[in-house]
Design a protein around this ligand. Structure first.
Ligand code: AMP
Length: 213
């Protein structure tokens, strides 16, 4: 079972992917988190992509295609996978559609204004990648990750100029791909302006057949 989740920055893809994973037993996978992990670990891939990611630009497709293939075919994805952040442009979609199928695609719809507002207040744990928001999803102890107790950070690419570039890329390259999902008959457009719980209820209404028993 493959679930694709896409939407503009700040629409809650990562948070919703984690909630779906908890309720269904599927694996939540974020391409952005996987790449940030490579950067933190200073791997060869990490060194190659760091400067690209800081600017909010897309990393070369052979890197993301390779990461994606490994995770989809891994034992961790045995019960299914929720993919956030891939495919992100036509080139990736071509690779993806040749090699994998899609059972459900959720577009988390959010206005640009709201997207920028949410991103400016987002904070992330550098260790486990869990997202927080200093207004709507606060940690138990101010500025610290609930799980790792390390200081939360603002992502370099969550600064205003980089967010603007990422939104432009999303509107130009990623959003048009919804036609592909529409033709497959798997597209569900979810208004993500509500609370985390409200958005999740709408998604789980669609996915009720795959709930963990
Ligand atoms: P995200 O966490 O989804 O906002 O992604 C953060 C950054 O990781 C993006 O701005 C890109 O630099 C890189 N990235 C994530 N997913 C992809 C992808 N599918 N293709 C290319 N670059 C990506």
């Amino acid at each position: 079972m493959i679930v694709i989740i896409f939407g503009p920055q700040g629409s809650g893809k990562g948070t919703q992917a984690e909630l779906i994973a908890q309720k269904t037993g599927m694996l939540a996978f974020s391409m952005g988190d996987a790449l940030r992990h490579e950067v933190h670990q200073k791997t060869a891939i990490g060194m190659q992509v760091e400067s690209i990611m800081v600017k909010g630009e897309l990393v070369p497709p052979q890197i993301t295609n390779d990461i994606l293939s490994k995770v989809v075919n891994s034992p961790a994805a045995e019960k299914g996978i929720i993919i956030d952040g891939y495919p992100r442009n036509q080139e990736q979609l071509e690779f993806y559609s040749k090699n994998f199928h899609t059972d459900y695609a959720f577009e988390l719809d959010l206005s640009e204004e709201e997207s920028i507002k949410r991103i400016s207040t987002r904070r992330v744990c550098p260790k486990c990648s869990h997202n927080y928001n200093i207004v709507s999803l606060t940690p138990k102890v101010e500025g610290k990750c609930d799980m790792c107790q390390v200081d939360l950070e603002q992502r370099e690419d969550d600064k205003p100029a980089e967010v603007k570039r990422r939104l432009e890329i999303y509107n130009k390259n990623t959003l048009p791909m919804k036609e592909y999902y529409e033709k497959l008959g798997v597209l569900h457009i979810i208004d993500s302006s509500g609370s985390i719980e409200e958005v999740n209820n709408k998604i789980m209404d669609v996915l009720k057949g795959v709930l963990k028993n």
